[in-house]
Design a protein around this ligand. Sequence first.
Ligand SMILES: [Zn+2]
Length: 265
Amino acid sequence: MKRAATGFLMILLLFLAQSCATVPHTQRRALILISPGQEAAMGAQAYQEILSQEKLSDNKKWVLMVDKVGRNIARVSDMPDLDWEFKLIESEQKNAFALPGGKVAVYTGIMEIAQNEAGLAAIMGHEIAHAIARHGAERMSQVLLVNMGLSMADVSLQNSEHRDLILAAIGLSANVGVLLPYSRKHESEADNIGTIYMARAGYDPNEAVALWERFAEAEQARAPAFLSTHPPSLERAEALRGIAQRAMAEYNKVQNPYGKGEPLF
Ligand SMILES: [Zn+2]
């Protein structure tokens, strides 16, 4: 049994050594056990499932703007050739999401915070960055690893009377110690990369800071859905000031910038 486990570990380590991907811009090495093809297939399927349960917006102006802003950003991103899709869902939720492979959706509720095209570009740049940095695939890989660890522990603890307790503890610490902090890292990475992208697409990156400040105001009134999956907005506005210079340098290279773009209301 011990030898089999050691052999398994060796194979696992070999596999892991070959599965590191580098995140664009931050150059962080990420452990990803899923191929871009598998990831895109899963993303596309989940996207169809979600869209079949939601009502798409019939606000023509906003639908066109979401598509335009999304394409403008995807074009100047590090993966312009993904099978990008940008949909607007009719819902009061102040939220947006990206699925692996370039499937992005925005909820109409967030338009009140976006206020203008550049605000929308900050939100969509963030979501596009999640897809390009392959955060979804990285999360899936972490869950796979935690499960592998759990099943290995399960075998070696078969005769222990504390087995259930020990397994629960491993599962819990893996969740709190690995999965949650990673999601914070993913959020700030998506903020940084997304702001560079919006600037490159010709949207004033100062609007990203203004957007998170508007979010902070909305949070004080009532906690929006975005908060459950995203860190506090004022913190993000502050952190974004840190990359403002790099984003402005990108913005200043654009020949005919949109600035704040069109207002949404
Ligand atoms: Zn996010």
